[in-house]
Write a protein that binds this ligand. Structure first.
Ligand code: D5M
Ligand code: FE
Ligand code: ZN
Length: 501
């Protein structure tokens, strides 16, 4: 039994491409689940280490024992919620652990956004610099991946007769009539065609323009690379949710569309009443993240004036300001803009301008789109989500009702809006702010007027509903919104629920 376990453990280690210190082997064999701590340790590494030590596995085993109690319900809870996104799911256990937010001072920090740091003028040079920065940043992430050790520049790789590894930006994707796909990849030296065969392990991968990928493959005699595997920058394999010590909570909303005739004022009134009530979850809400399209705006689409109840942009923000002032004081608000708001439409968008900010109380933090913010140390990546329009057009099977699929793709590609030249306007800043540099604890989007929560590799995913009923435009495009749902995340456990109003 023990010999077999040893064999299995060593086979596991070798499959993962690392070595195990002899003392670590003995330690793991003394554990109930020898593979568990090792798996957890490897998952926490951004690249596979050369040797795993005794200390590594002991620490991972301890962490696992402590985290298991906290993380397990989070994962199972949130998948249940995703399956039933339209119902109010609030288990008794979620209630019991409430702590009162009014006892705690809020701690909001903007860790990263474009506000005040925009440099671009939109010249050709700006675009060249922007794409070079995107390529370099993402290829740096890819090069640290074990599978891509020894990558070559494309100009060198194309002359090789052995296995080659290289990194490139996708400049074309097409399907052949036999269902294979041909990618054109470019780096700073050259460009090359890559064939992804329909029966290869990478056949299920989807590709979009301008994303950066790594390829392992062989060059055939016609200079075409036959891909053996495709490597995405991605985020490290599952790590436990890095929560805070207390069960304080953050709620998420977006697409309030104040000023639209279809804004749901009765639902909003219910939300306000509940948030100010004695309900334990309501009382434990410390933060509210509002992810864009906070008002309906003016002239955003043709004949919008026919669908506006407030046809003045300041009037719209003033109305929103009153609504926000009606929420309880123990809730601190973070607000980013979306494509309907009064800032430049090109992403990254800066925070709402000062004259608009002045209309609001001081407990609101205005940040750009996207932004990485820290709420009591929990890192939240908030992005309105315009690029989902492009994901839906580019990837077969993706649709407006499954925003979490697009969000998972963004994390895999480590980019919020890879496709250039589609519906998402992108400003060519010196640095690509749409790259997911830091792995967040919570990743939130809005825009599609749907709702959902889930986890991906330990990151809590939230898509944050709308407070607007179906508009004539959405009806024409068959978009059925799921309005007036409030996702709420426990900042201690990462457990997420959706409350419906
Ligand atoms: O987006 C509201 C909904 O409409 C959302 O599901 C996306 C969809 N939408 C918005 N603009 C477009 C374009 N240009 N093409 C396709 N679908 C779109 P909102 O940003 O609130 O108007
Ligand atoms: Fe919207
Ligand atoms: Zn939008």
């Amino acid at each position: 039994m023990c010999a077999r376990m040893r064999e299995e453990l060593l086979a596991f280690v070798s499959r993962r491409g690392t070595l195990l210190e002899p003392a670590a082997v003995e330690y793991l064999l003394s554990q109930q689940d020898p593979m568990g701590p090792l798996d957890r340790f490897l998952a926490s590494c951004s690249e596979v280490p050369f040797v795993v030590t005794l200390q590594d596995v002991v620490r991972a085993a301890d962490l696992g024992r402590n985290a298991a109690i906290r993380t397990r319900p989070a994962v199972s809870m949130s998948s249940a919620v995703q399956a039933a996104t339209v119902t109010l799911v609030m288990p008794a256990s979620f209630h019991r652990q409430g702590e009162t937010a009014s006892d705690h001072a809020p701690d909001v920090k903007i860790l990263r956004d474009i506000t005040g740091r925009s440099t671009c003028e939109g010249t050709i040079e700006d675009f060249t610099r922007y794409f070079r920065n995107r390529f370099q940043t993402l290829s740096r992430m890819l090069r640290s991946r074990r599978e891509l050790g020894g990558t070559q520049e494309i100009s060198k790789a194309r002359r090789s007769t052995r296995e080659v590894r290289f990194i490139g930006m996708v400049s074309d994707v097409r399907a052949t009539k036999n269902g294979h796909r041909i990618l054109e990849l470019e780096d700073e030296t050259d460009r090359i065609s890559v064939l992804v065969l329909a029966d290869s392990p990478s056949a299920a991968e989807t590709f979009v323009m301008d994303e950066v990928v790594g390829i392992v493959g062989k060059v055939n005699d016609r200079g075409l690379v036959i891909a053996e595997s495709v490597v995405r920058p991605d985020i490290p394999v599952t790590r436990p949710f890095r929560g805070i010590g207390e069960h304080l909570r953050a709620a998420f909303m977006s697409d309030v569309h104040v000023g639209s005739t279809t804004f749901l004022d009765e639902k909003w009134a219910k939300l306000t009443t509940w948030m100010s009530s004695d309900d334990e979850v309501a009382r434990s809400l410390r933060y509210l993240v509002v992810s864009g399209d906070v008002v309906d705006g003016i002239g955003v689409y043709p004949r919008q004036d026919e669908e506006l109840s407030i046809d003045d942009i300041y009037g719209q923000y003033e109305a929103l300001s009153k609504m926000m002032a009606g929420l309880p004081d123990h809730v601190s608000v973070v607000m980013i803009p979306g494509n309907h708001d009064a800032v430049r439409p090109a992403e990254p968008q800066p925070a709402l301008p000062a004259p608009i900010q002045k209309l609001f109380d001081s407990n609101i933090t205005f940040a750009g789109n996207p932004s990485l913010v820290s709420l009591d140390g929990v890192k939240v990546l908030a992005y309105h989500g315009r690029s989902m329009d492009d994901f839906v057009s580019a990837i077969p099977g993706m649709n407006y009702h499954r925003p979490l699929d697009a969000m998972r793709q963004m994390l895999k590609m480590r980019h919020l809006a890879p496709i250039y030249g589609g519906k998402t306007p992108i400003a060519p800043e010196a640095e690509d702010h749409l790259i997911v540099e830091d792995v967040p604890d919570i990743f939130v989007t809005g825009h599609v007027h749907s709702v959902g929560v889930d986890t991906y590799r330990g990151v809590v995913l939230v898509n944050s509903s709308t407070w607007q009923a179906q508009t004539p435009y959405q009806k024409m495009r068959n978009i059925e919104p799921l309005p007036a749902r409030l996702p709420i995340v426990d900042l201690a456990s990462g457990q997420a629920v959706i409350k419906e109003f």
